[in-house]
Design a protein around this ligand. Structure first.
Ligand code: HEC
Length: 141
């Protein structure tokens, strides 16, 4: 075999191995599967906890919410949406069935709060009640 033929063969074999691994991976996990470590869940919860606390602090602490505070609330709500997405909201599934069952309802409550805060004039009712969204998963705790 010439050198050229040999390296083509090596390339073909390598490609086959790499493709094979990719296929095995696909077969093991559906494409929309997110594997969540326990630390990722706990970390996400800690972030949500801070977000909620910050929103409550703004809403409870002011008679009138100034425009820059409104922007702050909008930013926090968008962050909560991002965290919900990290926890597999949408068409994805995770290794936590309990989270899969409840995260979409939670995200919907965040988005509803966001829609109301972005209204003219803004309405903070749902933003102030977001802890109710946590109850989807935390009722019995
Ligand atoms: C989709 C389900 C779900 C929603 C919604 C949810 N949580 Fe959790 N939360 C969990 C699960 C599951 C755990 C347990 C994590 C673990 O220890 O494995 C947890 C744990 C926690 C913890 C304890 C973390 C630790 O240190 O062990 C806090 C605090 C927390 N959640 C706050 C919140 C707050 C605040 C909200 C609402 C803004 C919320 N959670 C919404 C599922 C949820």
């Amino acid at each position: 075999m010439t050198r050229g033929v040999k390296s083509v063969l090596v390339a073909v074999v390598l490609t086959a191995v790499v493709t094979g691994c990719a296929l095995v991976r696909k077969a093991t996990y559906p494409p929309d599967f997110v594997y969540l470590e326990k630390t990722q869940v706990v970390g996400a919860m800690a972030e949500l906890n801070v977000d909620l606390w910050r929103i409550d602090d703004i809403i409870a602490g002011s008679e009138t919410i100034l425009p820059y505070k409104r922007e702050e609330i909008i930013g926090i709500l968008r962050h909560m949406e991002t965290v919900a997405n990290r926890l597999g909201a949408g068409p994805r599934t995770t290794n936590h069935l309990f989270i899969d069952d409840n995260i979409d309802a939670f995200k919907e409550q965040v988005l509803e709060a966001l829609r109301f805060v972005e209204k003219e004039p803004p309405n903070y009712y749902f933003a102030g009640r977001l802890s109710g969204g946590c109850m989807a998963c935390h009722q019995r705790r």
